[in-house]
Write a protein that binds this ligand. Structure first.
Ligand SMILES: [Zn+2]
Length: 354
């Protein structure tokens, strides 16, 4: 029997309908593009814009080979501000004058940065093809780039990976994207409001209560040092899995190095487990972050004045794209998940115990 599950932070429902997993599929999956002429491979550094940062020996020249992790501006940016060559100071958006504009339509020039973090010099699809040391170097770079964007005035930074065609990847070489924007996304505002409401109504921290409950539940994948791995109760995607820190930390760049190294190991392990459960599955990986500037440009004054960000806790979300988002998701904003989170956690536990 399908089940409606409510996500208490995002205020949306998920339909868990395990029986749909067995429905027939006859639409072939498009193959991954061939790796020839990959602009992210070591040795063709001139195929990308000049690097913003790199993990490379001091003696190796900028924009040459020898790097472990390399950060470049996205050649096809979603947002741009200033010269688009790294963390830019945000200037206030100015309305574009249009005497015929419908007053309800608003437009401002974009502001922000869009970077590509090339995780590894070798042509591998993701952490599953990288060594633990390479994964650690990549995660250290993510934290360092978030820190680099903090003083820019960006309200929020999105850090994510798209792996595989169905997850929106255009290049198959392991890479991560960072988009800094001058506004807070609606989902984050909803989450902050829900956390503040929980605090108001119970006097307690939502995430502390959540962890106390989940570490005893069948959705727990593993407890690993300072982190908890869980398939969330209202998982939107089949085999969705989260890594959450045990302490209140708002973003990756606020973690000490020792915990970043633990996190890198777990992220790699989680992705490798998904590869065992669903070989070839595309996935998105999201490193969530709290607001950088609660009153950043674009955030309505009323919202920023009441926004309490002290309970925000980052998490790493693995969002497998085993099935497509389709008409129901777009028409309702609700997801249909064909694998019960309790069963997904069981599969992850089996993989983790090997
Ligand atoms: Zn490559």
């Amino acid at each position: 029997m399908p089940e409606f599950r409510h996500d208490p932070l995002l205020h949306c429902h998920v339909i868990v309908a395990a029986s749909r997993e067995t429905r027939p599929h006859d639409v072939p999956r498009p193959p991954d593009p061939p790796p020839e002429e990959c602009p992210f491979c070591e040795g063709v550094e001139n195929a990308t814009p000049g690097e913003l940062a790199a993990d490379r020996p001091a003696a190796s020249p900028k924009d040459g080979p020898g790097w472990r992790v390399r950060v470049v501006p996205n050649k096809y940016p979603a947002v741009q501000g200033g010269a688009g060559t790294g963390p830019q100071p945000f200037s206030g958006p100015e309305a574009m004058a249009d005497p015929f504009a419908f007053p309800a339509f608003a437009a401002t020039p974009s502001a922000g940065s869009h970077e590509v973090i090339i995780d590894c010099p070798r042509h591998v699809p993701g952490y599953e093809g990288m060594t633990l040391e390479e994964t650690r170097a990549a995660v250290r770079m993510y934290a360092s780039r978030l820190a680099a964007h903090r003083p820019s005035g960006a309200a929020w930074v999105s850090l994510f990976k798209n792996v595989g065609f169905q997850a929106g990847a255009s290049l198959s070489h392991a890479h991560t994207q960072l988009i800094a924007v001058p506004f807070l996304p609606p989902t984050l505002r909803r989450e902050l409001a829900a956390l503040a409401r929980y605090r108001r109504e119970t006097g307690r921290d939502y995430w502390a209560d959540w962890q106390r409950h989940e570490e005893r539940d069948t959705r727990l994948i593993a407890e690993c040092g300072d982190f908890l791995l869980v398939c969330p109760y209202a998982s939107r995607f089949a085999y969705e899995a989260w890594i959450t820190p045990r302490r209140q930390v708002a973003a990756l760049d606020l973690e000490p190095k020792t915990r970043l190294m633990q996190l890198a190991r777990l992220v790699r392990q989680m992705v490798r487990a998904l590869r065992e459960i669903s070989p070839g599955a595309a996935y998105n990986l999201v490193f969530s972050a709290g607001p950088f500037q609660p009153d950043g440009h674009g955030t309505p004054k009323r919202a920023s004045a009441t926004m309490d960000t002290s309970d925000y806790r980052y998490r790493v979300e693995l969002l497998p794209r085993v099935s497509h988002l389709a008409g129901f998701e777009f028409s309702s904003g609700c997801h249909i998940n064909t694998v019960r989170p309790e069963e997904a956690a069981q599969r992850y536990r089996e993989s983790f115990s090997q």
